[in-house]
Design a protein around this ligand. Structure first.
Ligand code: NVA
Length: 385
């Protein structure tokens, strides 16, 4: 079922001579070029209207902020480096962002925020659709300048691929008008049913004052793009994406998740005809019907191994298990401890590459969050004709 991720004798192919080409339409075509994030410099964010960190047991009670502990940074950094090296050995070109000092104030003429965040989850900020890389608006003040860490990589792509489209969604103002500023005072104390009703009605922390979205709320299935309305993506952000991609069908979706934040642990493309979903968070009926009508099989993910062991300083749920990276439509990178999920998916014919990645979770996610595909073979296809 599995194969080992590293052996010291493997030669690493030289991919630097290959021409640069931005091209990726879905999550499963053969991967040629990818960005892998970095843990260095990540900060537990200072409070802001969109998000509040509160980790009393782990040394960062509400209102406090600062750099992630050095030992956690070192361990996550090593896992990210090993993952990048494993991909390189498979002939995949890997770029990395350039961290800046994230433990500094962010200021615009309208507000200031006491810290930034980091550059671990590149998936949140960059969306590749065909030959375009789009920088998302983001919706946290602490992530307003995060694009800077990716500019060296993007500039290099732009210089090397004359067909690359480099786009950035409108930089948001993020004044108090963009938030229901009292949201976090009460939301976590509401009964689950009430939270789910708020999710269904899209009555969450963001207002509709301006378009806001994170790239990780977009799932790419060729001609169809599915945009999750969430704590970081509003209806206006969905509208912006719909108008920005006029040749695609762009769908807004919700799920029964009380804390929706990024679609890529909830509705996960595996290969044409096969999608994984986190059973606890039923997707909306319309979405499921759309897939079933087109003869897609929907796999309900098994309960993750990390269920009872939330890591320190993490804002991700155990469903992060399903946050995996396709190397191609037969090969999946899955966190090494998620053995039951690996077994479940190998029974569908996938070759599983187990990757040690637990230490990266507190820096913003799993194997999918930690990457952005820049080049995959293949072209635009309609999987829902
Ligand atoms: N926010 C999601 C993870 C997204 C990759 C979760 O906690 O399940």
């Amino acid at each position: 079922m599995t194969e080992h991720t590293t052996t010291s004798t493997d030669a690493t192919p030289d991919t630097s001579a290959r021409p640069l080409r931005v091209n990726a339409w879905n999550g499963w075509d053969p991967l040629r070029h990818v960005i892998v994030g970095r843990a260095e410099g990540t900060v537990v964010q200072a409070p802001e209207p969109a998000v509040r960190r509160d980790y009393p047991e782990d040394g960062f009670p509400l209102g406090t902020y600062g750099p992630m502990p050095e030992d956690m940074v070192a361990e996550a950094g090593e896992q990210l480096d090993n993952f990048a090296e494993m991909l390189r050995r498979r002939g995949i070109r890997v770029d990395r962002p350039t961290p800046i000092d994230f433990n500094q104030q962010v200021t615009t003429p309208e507000w200031s925020q006491d810290s930034m965040f980091g550059c671990m989850p590149p998936r949140d900020i960059l969306l590749t659709v065909g030959n375009e890389v789009l920088e998302a608006t983001m919706s946290y003040r602490s992530r307003w300048h995060e694009y800077l860490a990716y500019r060296p990589v993007l500039q290099n792509l732009f210089d090397g691929d004359e067909n690359m489209r480099w786009e950035a969604a409108p930089k948001p103002r993020l004044t108090d008008a963009s938030y229901n500023t009292k949201f976090w005072d009460t939301y976590n104390d509401l009964p689950t049913e009430e939270q789910l009703a708020r999710v269904r009605d899209y009555d969450l922390v963001l207002t509709e004052a301006e378009p806001l979205f994170d790239a990780a709320d977009v799932a790419r299935f060729g001609k169809d793009l599915f945009v999750q309305l969430s704590f970081v993506t509003n209806r206006s952000g969905y509208q912006w994406l719909k108008r920005h991609f006029p040749d695609h069908r762009v769908h807004a979706v919700t799920s029964t998740n009380t804390h929706p934040l990024h679609i890529d642990a909830t509705w996960v493309p595996l290969r044409p005809g096969l999608v994984l979903h986190c059973g606890e968070r039923l997707a909306d009926a319309e979405l499921m019907e759309f897939f079933r009508l087109n003869d897609w099989e929907i796999i309900e993910a098994v309960q993750p191994a990390s269920w009872d062991h939330p890591p320190k300083l993490s804002f991700c749920s155990p469903w992060l298990a399903g946050n995996m990276l396709n190397i191609d439509e037969n090969t999946l990178c899955i966190e090494e401890k998620e053995v039951r999920l690996s077994e479940q998916l190998s029974s569908y014919g996938f070759e599983i590459v187990p990757v040690p990645f637990r230490a990266v979770g507190p820096f913003g996610g799993g194997l999918h969050c930690a990457t952005v595909d820049i080049e995959r073979d293949g072209g635009l296809q309609d999987y829902f004709p």
